[in-house]
Design a protein around this ligand. Structure first.
Ligand SMILES: [Zn+2]
Ligand SMILES: [Zn+2]
Length: 298
């Protein structure tokens, strides 16, 4: 089960209800923070989540509303004796930006191990369970969209396995890995006692205009989390500031065959989330406007 918590859902200016951008995605012991707006560490506390469990940070771009929480959060981790390596991925220039950031206030960098990587496009992380990939978006500064892709896995049908006398152990493990085995002199193919469960895909599209890569990234996603700073009446303003409307996000979800759409990065002018949802609804039905501390499981 992939768990997602929205820690901040405002655009440029935070409101009483909405903090600056941050989303936490948790899966198989990994806690990945996508952006870290100002106040994110307190939002984690309020949500009852432990800051020290974060092991990866993905930065979409270096506008303040997406990164101003980084120094505070890293300082807290360092003070708390964080004993893992914190992996940080961001657009070109991220490594350099961190150097400047640590010059701007007194901070002992020896207290925490950071692995900072600039990424640009394609797959940049893979383990046994999932893949992380990125593509550039179109914003007023270099900005990246991200995909979290769970790997397909095999589920053993225990009743079928028992019927032929197979019990849990290394042989079932091999079948689960998709390999054939020989049991009591007979060859057994993985498909005879197991089936493939398709992995889930979650796409994060932060600040951007509608561009080719938003479709490529979100194609067939189970969940698309997309910026929607404005409603359609302010589409021109959106273009001027390189942002999208709820309706444009819905149109992407529709064309990219997405299953569920969640809108975030909402302008402070919209007090009622329903207004944002309604702007998207006649184009894409399965849409929700995010709110701070909203939890989603897929
Ligand atoms: Zn923003
Ligand atoms: Zn921005």
């Amino acid at each position: 089960m992939i768990e997602i918590v929205f820690l901040g859902t405002s655009s440029m200016i935070p409101t009483k209800e909405r903090n600056h951008s941050a989303i936490l995605i948790s899966f198989k012991g990994n806690n990945i923070l996508v952006d870290c707006g100002e106040g994110t560490q307190r939002q984690l506390k309020v949500a009852g989540l432990s800051v020290s469990k974060i092991n990866k940070i993905l930065i979409t771009h270096w506008h303040g509303d997406h990164v101003l929480g980084l120094p505070g959060l890293i300082q807290t981790l360092a003070a708390g004796g964080y004993d893992k390596v914190l992996e940080i991925y961001g657009p070109k220039g991220t490594k350099e930006k961190f150097k400047h950031m640590f010059k701007a206030f007194e901070f002992d960098q020896n207290k925490i191990k950071l692995e900072i990587k600039d990424v640009n496009k394609g797959k940049f992380f893979e383990n046994e369970y999932f893949i992380l990939e990125t593509l550039p978006l179109e914003h007023s500064v270099t900005c990246l969209g991200y995909n979290f892709i769970e790997k397909d896995r095999r589920r053993i049908e225990l009743a079928k396995a028992k019927r032929i006398g197979l019990k849990e152990g290394p042989l079932l493990g091999k079948l689960q890995d998709g390999k054939s085995i020989t049991f009591k002199g007979k060859k057994i193919k993985p498909d005879s006692v197991s089936y493939v469960v398709k992995g889930k895909k979650v796409s994060f599209i932060s600040d951007s205009l509608v561009c080719k890569n938003v479709y490529t990234l979100s194609k067939d996603a189970d969940l698309l989390i997309c910026e929607s700073t404005y409603c359609s009446d302010l589409e021109e303003k959106g273009e001027e500031y390189c942002h999208m409307t709820a309706r444009q996000a819905a149109s992407i979800a529709n064309k990219a065959n997405v299953k569920k759409l969640i809108l975030t990065h909402i302008s402070a002018r919209y007090k009622d989330a329903k207004e944002v949802e309604n702007d998207a609804k006649d184009i894409f039905e399965n849409v929700k406007c995010a709110y701070d501390f909203m939890k989603v499981k897929i």
